[in-house]
Design a protein around this ligand. Structure first.
Ligand SMILES: Nc1ncnc2c1ncn2[C@@H]1O[C@H](COP(=O)(O)OP(=O)(O)OP(=O)(O)O)[C@@H](O)[C@H]1O
Length: 280
């Protein structure tokens, strides 16, 4: 497969990407929820992200695609400062969320993570009851009002389309649920603390097709209330559920545009090669 790649470092380096429909910040403050400028990331001496500018609009689903190791997860984890935990991590550039630079010194990272929820590849429920899993974030926040907790747990389970399946068994261990149910529980756990941006790192890659379809449908509904970014290796998934698609390669943003454009008429040969399965 690799020999079919028609990419050279020269044409990648000369590729200058403009985010789609970037609007004048001064007149359209609300048009972007997330904006990155000149973002570079290193793990020790290794440069994993090589200068990325991107604007993500509110209430959209953006898919990050690209071959393994191209920097999708690294870039995604910048938005809730998850990389801060990684030894050797260093970044340059600006990331603004709702106009605020989230890497300023004064930023309250705990508050940021409340606003920006994350769902991981493998469902990772705590070894606690279904109810306690969803209530966990609220309790951590110091919320003690039982009625409020009950309401939020029910709402989050309904939003995650799991309520009907578990409402009579809330005390049951979360570990007894199926993989697909566990992932919806993890989504409910994230939603319970009422974030407004959802980061999803390959949320369905460990699931069967039926569970995957359920989660895709759920993501589609969540768009009404949330801005969603999803890393996926599944091209069909990206084309089914996202409004915008960003194609990464070797730490660079090669092409970023409306999903329909990326999948029907990409500007760059590299993008075409990737989405048609000619490398990756
Ligand atoms: N904690 C780390 N320490 C050192 N290098 C890392 C670390 N995490 C990622 N990298 C490197 O940074 C590059 C980008 O990795 P990243 O996980 O962001 O890619 P990805 O596109 O999400 O890959 P995948 O699709 O396989 O998950 C890779 O070369 C990877 O080896």
């Amino acid at each position: 497969m690799a020999k079919e790649i028609e990419i050279t470092m020269e044409n990648i380096k000369s590729t200058k990407i403009d985010s789609p429909e970037i609007v004048d910040e001064s007149t359209q403050q609300n048009a972007s929820r997330i904006e990155t400028k000149g973002v570079k990331v290193w793990y020790d001496d290794f440069m994993a992200i090589k200068g990325i500018d991107m604007v993500i609009k509110p209430n959209t689903i953006t898919a990050f695609i690209g071959p393994s190791g191209c920097g999708k997860s690294t870039f995604l984890r910048l938005f809730n400062r998850m990389n801060d935990y990684v030894e050797g991590f260093k970044m340059e550039g600006k990331i603004k969320i709702d106009g605020d630079n989230i890497y300023k010194k004064k930023v309250n990272v705990e508050q940021l993570r409340k606003e920006i929820g994350m769902v991981f590849q493998k469902p990772n429920p705590f070894p606690k009851s279904i109810f306690d899993n969803v209530a966990y974030g609220l309790q951590i926040q110091g919320i003690k009002d039982k009625k409020l907790i009950n309401e939020r747990v029910e709402k989050a389970l309904k939003q995650a389309d799991l309520w009907e399946e578990v409402k009579d068994n809330l005390k049951k261990s979360a570990l007894a649920l199926s993989g697909g149910q566990q992932q919806r529980l993890c989504i409910a756990r994230t939603l319970a603390v009422q974030p407004s941006i959802l980061l999803m790192d390959e949320p369905t890659s460990a699931l069967d097709p039926i569970s995957t379809a359920k989660i895709e449908e759920l993501i589609h509904h969540l768009k009404e209330e949330y801005t969603i970014i999803i890393v996926t290796h599944n091209m069909q998934q990206a084309s089914r559920i996202s409004d915008y698609t960003a194609f990464f390669y070797l730490g660079e943003l090669i092409e970023y545009d409306k999903t329909r454009k990326i999948f029907t008429n990409p500007e760059k040969k590299q993008t075409e090669n990737y989405i048609t399965g000619r490398f990756g």
